[in-house]
Design a protein around this ligand. Sequence first.
Ligand code: ZN
Length: 257
Amino acid sequence: MVSRTTDDYTAMALSGCAAVCEPAFWAGFDRSSAQGFYDYFCQLTDYEPKRAAKFGLPHYSWLCINPKESEDSELAREVIDIIPEFLDRPNVLGIGEIGLNKNTRTELKVLEWHVDLAARHDQMILVHTPHLEDKLKGTRLILDVLKSDRRIDPARVIIDHVEEHTVKMVLNTGMWAGMTLYPESKCTSSRAIDILENYGAEQIWMNSACDWGISVPLAVPRTALEMRKRGWSQERIEAVTFGNPMRFMSQNPRFKV
Ligand SMILES: [Zn+2]
């Protein structure tokens, strides 16, 4: 939401969104210092919740240095070291979106640091998986890191950007799977519904891509409409679009919707 206008908040409130959950992500450019991230974390935990509240929307956030900017391991270390002072803020749900972008050795090391941070502070985890040809390998690497840390409870982890060839692998670990919806590229509404129909809708959530690229904050309500056209009952639509994220995030007692 830090990249969106107040019109988007109005549209979300009007279409029945009950809360906003915003992961720390790439700003459209690489930040030049840890101080830049410090300011960003203030924005996510202080200013943005106030802006959302004006539209009656509770705002929650996840904190990290995202994989796209974690190639500089010295910067990543500095950023990870300032995160604990924000973990007590009332709208913070956990660590995310961490993960891999190009599956490099440095990204993997930074991912392990984040997982350790989450374990030490008993935080939930939101993970980004790479796009395109790196996805399968990246998802495998990520799952290996998470599974090999015995402190991590799989039920408190969500692996986002799953596709047809990675969804089963994720669900088999007991972790949650996420699908970020885009209007034209990557995971569209119809593709997401196909995945739900083929792989089950128990431990999967959908969320709207919402950034500087082409994206629509109402992607989830639009997908709900598409589900209705395909003959899904209202009950099942609500179970997936609302009930599932509620179940996952309510594992954090701070999440009250
Ligand atoms: Zn992502």
